[in-house]
Design a protein around this ligand. Structure first.
Ligand SMILES: O=P(O)(O)OP(=O)(O)OP(=O)(O)OC[C@H]1O[C@@H](n2cnc3c(O)ncnc32)[C@H](O)[C@@H]1O
Ligand SMILES: [Mg+2]
Length: 470
């Protein structure tokens, strides 16, 4: 027995259709619900944003001590479920598998339709699951981007809703005998959808199918709640609590639950232990994609200068990250990077910044390097080099997370290009004759040592951040 609540997340009010089933089928379970109404709809957002927002909701639910998380949102399931599930040690359930399985059981003519948001359709998750389980079933998919806004703005009973549903479903009508409502908002439009598709078409509510899986998991992991009087459900929205309440009253019955407004800490801020503006600019763009804001040491003038006394990139990155984390008590990302030229045995390497002296300009470092290579390395084959980045995420009292990446290229004969920083004007990328300083910021970030290292960091960071709570 376990009386902790079940956490449900959704981009808005759609997940209430799952709540209704939980209240009906699992009366001993307490619910904590978070709807990110403020940032809905999710369906037309990028995968990076959907994943970042989903993590905001997951972290919120974890702070409420939930025993299981239900993604009551197809879009979040399609895009972020696997990542979240791998990172957490409580059960995490999504809506897609259950809806797909039910459709396979119910179709007679083996033609199943899926209507969902653009992101869910793009992910092809329903098609993949259905055809993996039963390759003879044909799947017809249709994105309905206008449906969620209709529901979120409480317009389901209007003439406009009727017209939009009719117009949108045209390509689906007459083609299937079973239709998956692949978005938890859509059951709120059920009557209109049924009318348009015809009474013979079976509509599958993927959310309510999911509750069956929740029941199985509660039994399997012995997580069922006891019968008790003190059950208090908590419903939170990042948008307007009043508007959410109207939808909840209508869908669950008047006065069944009380909605509260909450903020999600979406402006997650990470401190990067650097004073280098060029690097900071790159980190800013890269981290923004994942929903993080960043600060650097210039935002904290009182912090000491950390001496880079290490002999390796990792030692230096650890020095910066771990010392600043110890002082500030927060998560800090440290980075040490540099240019390693093969014919110089890897120099300037960890000394890249101070290659030409204690406080050189980028031009002085470049001039010194070109001078070193002038006599020994004339042919392009003798001028091979790579940039290296080691990234360290540190938090006091915890093992740091370390990742690294290289970017291969050659050293040019003269500086070319104005973008980037440091040695970029003489770094010919790969086998090309363009320098890193001739690439746009996007081009550089996609390929560079720092961009690649950050991709690796982001793959592991959620799990590592989670481990800090233990
Ligand atoms: O220690 P912080 O404050 O982070 O700033 P820093 O400039 O000293 O940073 P590093 O110790 O990592 O030294 C990296 C040097 O290597 C060079 N470098 C690193 N990444 C580069 C890139 O993407 N493009 C060009 N040069 C780069 C550049 O000269 C940097 O100053
Ligand atoms: Mg440095």
């Amino acid at each position: 027995m376990d009386n902790r609540p079940i956490g449900l997340l959704d981009s808005g009010v759609g997940g209430l259709t799952v709540v209704r089933e939980i209240l009906r089928q699992l009366p001993n379970e307490e619910i904590v619900y978070i709807g990110d109404t403020q940032r809905a709809p999710y369906g037309s957002r990028s995968n990076e944003q959907i994943t970042a927002f989903t993590w905001d909701m997951v972290n919120f639910l974890l702070s409420k001590n939930v025993k299981m998380i239900v993604f009551a949102c197809n879009t979040a399931t399609a895009v972020a479920l696997d990542e979240v599930r791998a990172a957490l040690d409580i059960p995490v359930v999504g809506v897609i598998l259950s809806g797909a399985s039910s459709a396979i059981q119910k179709t007679v003519n083996k033609k199943v339709g899926v209507i969902a948001t653009q992101a869910t359709i793009n992910s092809e998750q329903y098609r993949k699951v259905i055809q993996f389980k039963s390759s003879s079933v044909e799947v017809l998919s249709l994105a309905c981007p206008d449906f969620v806004p209709l529901v979120e703005s409480n317009q389901v009973d209007t003439e406009a809703a009727k017209n939009i549903v009719a117009e949108t479903l045209k390509p689906m009508v007459g083609k299937v005998d079973t239709l998956i409502l692949g978005c938890t908002h859509y059951p709120l439009l059920r009557k209109l959808i049924q009318k348009e598709m015809g009474q013979d078409v079976q509509l599958i509510d993927s959310g309510s199918e999911t509750v069956r899986d929740v029941t199985v998991l509660l039994n399997y992991f012995a997580l069922n709640g006891e019968e008790r009087d003190s059950i208090r459900h908590c419903f939170y929205t990042t948008g307007d609590a009043g508007a959410f309440q109207v939808m909840a009253d209508r869908w669950l019955g008047a006065g069944k639950i009380r909605a509260e407004h909450t903020e999600l800490s979406s402006e997650r801020t990470l401190l990067i232990a650097t004073r280098n503006d060029g690097k900071t600019q790159e980190f800013k763009r890269l981290f923004e994609e994942f929903g993080y804001k960043i600060k650097n040491l210039k935002d904290y003038p009182e912090l000491p200068d950390i001496k880079e006394t290490g002999m390796t990139f990792e030692e230096n990155a650890r020095l910066k990250a771990e010392q600043i984390a110890a002082i500030t008590g927060q998560v800090v990302i440290g980075d040490d990077s540099g240019l390693c030229v093969d014919v110089l045995g890897g120099l300037p390497g960890v000394w890249s910044h101070r290659f030409a002296g204690p406080k050189p300009t980028d031009e002085e470092n470049i001039a010194k390097l070109l001078h070193e290579l002038a006599s020994t390395a004339i042919t392009p084959e003798r001028r091979t080099a790579h940039f290296h980045t080691t990234l360290v995420a540190a938090y006091p009292g915890h093992e740091s997370l370390v990742v690294e990446a290289d970017w291969q290229g050659r050293i040019g004969l003269t500086p070319q290009g104005k973008n980037g920083f440091g040695y970029d004007p003489i770094f010919l990328v790969g086998e090309s004759d363009r320098t890193a300083a001739q690439l746009s910021a996007e081009e550089k970030n996609t390929a560079s040592h720092r961009g690649q290292a950050l991709q690796k960091l982001m793959a592991e960071l959620p799990k590592w951040l989670e481990s800090l709570k233990k």
